[in-house]
Design a protein around this ligand. Structure first.
Ligand SMILES: O=P(O)(O)OC[C@H]1O[C@H](O)[C@H](O)[C@@H](O)[C@@H]1O
Length: 531
C-alpha cells in the first residue's frame, strides 16, 4: 500500500508556495539525520534528546522476538486477556494498532472508578497487565498499577508473574519494578511519548495482544527513505506544509479535521490528535485537531478556518481545499510525525515539549489536598449540578447554562471542546454530544474522554490560541474504589483532575461550564435535550 498525500485547492497552493524552501533548507534529510537545530535555539535543550523516533522502526526490531516469546509464555499458561494501563503516548498507539489488527486489548486510560472496575472485572486467572509509563510518575498509571497488584494478590495470583512494565531506563517506576521483581521492557529515552508508537510503548502491548508488530515495523522502515528525501514529492513535507500554511479567510486555517474516510485504520484520529495538539498547541499558537467522519457537520458548514484531511484507502483528489492521505499504519505513523515537526518549524514552535500539561497536574494535586473544600454548585437542575468558571449564567436551568455557554463561542474562530469525565465503556453515548453540538453551532467541536484528553489535546486547550469554550461533564461513579497505599480514591482523583483543569482554564480566561450528573445515562440524555 503506497504512502500518498494528495492536496487540492488552497492547500495545493500553500504547498507549492512553501515546499521549495523546505527542500532548499534540506529539512527532510536533516530530520532524518536527527539535526536538533531545526526548531530554533530555545528548543534545542529538548530537541537534542527527542529525535530518536526517526529511527525507531529499525531500533525496535530486536525487541520483537522477546515480545513474541513472552506472548507464547503467557498463552501457554492460558493467559490471553491483556490489559494496558497507561495514559497519552503510552496507550493511544497500542489502541490504534490493536483495533486496526482486530485483536483485543483492554485499554485502561482512565481514573473513572466504573471503568477501572470494568477492567478489574475480567477473568484475572487469564489476565496479564502491561503498565506503561515513560516518566514512571504519572498518577493515573501508578494508581492503576496499584489496583491490579492488589487484585492479583487478593486472587492468590503472583503479581510478578502477570504484570509487565514498560518504562524509560532510570525512571522511578523502573527502579521499583526491578526491586519488586517485575519483567521490565525499557523504552528508548530519546523518544517523547507522542512519538513513541514504534518503540516498546507501541509494540509491547500490541504484540502481546496479537498484532503483527514485525509487519508494522516493516511498513515504517519502507517509508524511511522517501520521508528523508529533500524532494518536492516528499509526502511528509507536503502534509507538513499543508497543515501549517493553508490559508483561510482570517489567516491560515488553524483547525485540522482528521476524517476517517474509508481507511482500514481504526481510530487513527485519536492517535494523531495527541501528536498534533501537544506538539503545536503552545504559546497561543497551534493547530487544533478535530476528529471527524465524512458526515460531520464541520465538513458541510463552509468553515474558513478548518482544513479537512481525509484518511482514505487510496488517496484521491477531493474537491475544495482538502488533503487526502493513504498508506499502511506503520507508514502513516512516520508520515504524521514528520509532517508535525515540519509544520512546527513553519509555525515557529518547539514540537517536543508540553509546558501546559504540568499546570493541570499541579492544580489536580492541589485539589486533591483540599478535597473537602468542594465548591458549591451555582444551582442544581434535573439532578445536574451546574458550575461555571469565567462564564456568566442568568437563569437556573441546564438549558440556560448551555445557552450562556454557547453565547461565548466566537462565530469565526471559536471551537467547542467537550471533556467527558465518564466511563467510556458504559456511557459511550456521551460521544454523541459532539455531533449534536457541531450541528447546532456549525463550529468545530472536539470530544475527549477524561482524564485521557489531559495527556493529549489538553496541552492545546490551555496553551493554544484562546478560542475555545469548554464543557466538562462529570458523574459520580456507581461504586468508588480506593487507590491502595494512597489516601485517595479513584473517585476523588478524577474529581480533582476535573476541578484542577477547570481552574487552570479559568485562570487563562477560558470559559468552562461544568455539569455534574447524579446519573450518567439520565444526565447525558438531559444535556442532549437541553442542546
Ligand atoms: O508515559 P507517561 O510518562 O506516563 O506519560 C503519559 C503522558 O503524560 C503527559 O501528560 C504528557 O503530556 C504526554 O505526552 C504523555 O504521553
Amino acid at each position: 500500500m503506497p504512502l500518498k498525500v494528495v492536496v487540492a485547492g488552497t492547500a495545493a497552493a500553500a504547498v507549492s508556495n512553501t515546499i521549495g524552501q523546505l527542500v532548499a533548507d534540506k529539512v527532510a534529510s536533516r530530520i532524518a539525520a536527527k539535526d536538533f537545530t531545526l526548531w530554533g535555539k530555545e528548543a534545542e535543550a529538548e530537541s537534542s534528546i527527542r529525535l530518536g523516533w526517526v529511527s525507531s522502526a529499525f531500533d525496535s526490531a530486536p525487541l520483537v522476538d522477546s515480545i513474541l516469546a513472552l506472548k507464547k509464555e503467557f498463552n501457554d499458561k492460558g493467559v490471553n486477556r491483556f490489559v494496558l494501563c497507561g495514559m497519552g503516548g503510552s496507550s493511544l498507539a497500542p489502541e490504534v494498532i490493536t483495533r486496526t489488527a482486530g485483536v483485543d486489548l483492554v485499554v485502561l486510560d482512565s481514573t473513572d472508578a466504573d471503568q477501572v472496575g470494568a477492567a478489574l472485572a475480567g477473568d484475572l486467572a487469564k489476565t496479564a497487565v502491561i503498565v506503561s509509563s515513560k516518566s514512571g510518575s504519572t498518577v493515573e498509571t501508578d494508581s492503576q498499577k496499584r489496583i491490579f497488584e492488589k487484585a492479583f494478590t487478593d486472587a492468590g495470583i503472583d503479581k510478578t508473574d502477570r504484570i509487565v512494565v514498560v518504562t524509560d531506563p532510570g525512571s522511578p517506576m523502573e527502579a521499583a519494578a526491578k526491586a519488586d521483581g517485575y519483567r521490565v521492557f525499557n523504552a528508548d529515552p530519546t523518544v517523547g511519548g507522542r512519538y513513541s508508537a514504534l518503540t516498546a510503548f507501541g509494540i509491547v502491548p500490541s504484540g502481546l495482544a496479537g498484532a503483527d508488530i514485525a509487519e508494522l515495523l516493516k511498513q515504517a522502515q519502507e517509508v524511511a527513505e522517501v520521508l528523508a528525501s529533500d524532494s518536492e514529492e516528499n509526502p511528509g513535507l507536503i502534509l507538513g506544509a499543508a497543515l501549517a500554511r493553508t490559508p483561510g479567510e482570517m489567516g491560515n486555517r488553524d483547525k485540522i479535521g482528521i476524517v476517517a474516510d474509508g481507511t482500514h485504520i481504526v481510530g487513527f484520529g485519536d492517535w494523531a490528535e495527541q501528536l498534533i495538539a501537544e506538539s503545536t498547541g503552545k504559546l497561543s499558537k497551534g493547530v487544533l485537531p478535530v476528529v471527524l467522519d465524512p458526515s460531520s457537520a464541520e465538513l458541510h458548514s463552509g468553515l474558513a478556518d478548518l482544513l479537512a484531511v481525509h484518511v482514505q484507502a487510496d488517496a484521491k483528489p477531493i474537491s475544495g481545499d482538502a488533503v487526502s492521505v493513504s498508506g499502511s499504519l506503520g507508514a502513516q505513523f512516520m508520515l504524521w510525525e514528520y509532517a508535525t515537526v515540519v509544520a512546527s518549524r513553519l509555525i515557529g514552535i518547539n514540537p517536543f515539549d508540553q509546558p501546559d500539561v504540568e499546570s493541570a497536574k499541579i492544580a489536580a494535586r492541589g485539589m486533591l489536598e483540599q478535597r473537602d473544600a468542594v465548591i458549591a454548585p451555582m444551582f442544581t437542575d434535573n439532578q445536574i449540578e451546574v458550575r461555571a468558571t469565567e462564564l456568566q449564567i442568568s437563569g437556573t436551568s441546564v438549558v440556560d447554562a448551555v445557552q450562556a455557554f454557547l453565547s461565548n463561542l466566537d462565530d469565526d474562530e471559536g471551537y467547542v471542546s467537550i471533556h467527558a469525565y465518564l466511563d467510556r465503556t458504559s456511557v459511550p453515548e456521551a460521544a454523541e454530544l459532539r455531533d449534536l453540538l457541531a450541528n447546532k453551532t456549525r463550529r468545530p467541536v472536539t470530544f475527549g474522554w477524561a482524564p485521557r484528553f489531559l495527556h493529549s489535546t489538553g496541552q492545546y486547550h490551555k496553551g493554544g490560541p484562546r478560542q475555545g469554550v469548554y464543557l466538562q461533564i462529570i458523574s459520580q461513579a456507581k461504586q468508588d474504589i480506593a487507590v491502595p497505599g494512597r489516601d485517595f480514591s479513584f473517585g476523588e482523583l478524577i474529581a480533582s483532575q476535573a476541578a484542577g483543569d477547570a481552574k487552570v482554564l479559568g485562570a487563562l480566561g477560558r470559559p468552562v461550564l461544568t455539569l455534574t450528573l447524579a446519573d450518567a445515562k439520565a444526565g447525558i440524555q438531559a444535556i442532549k435535550n437541553a442542546i
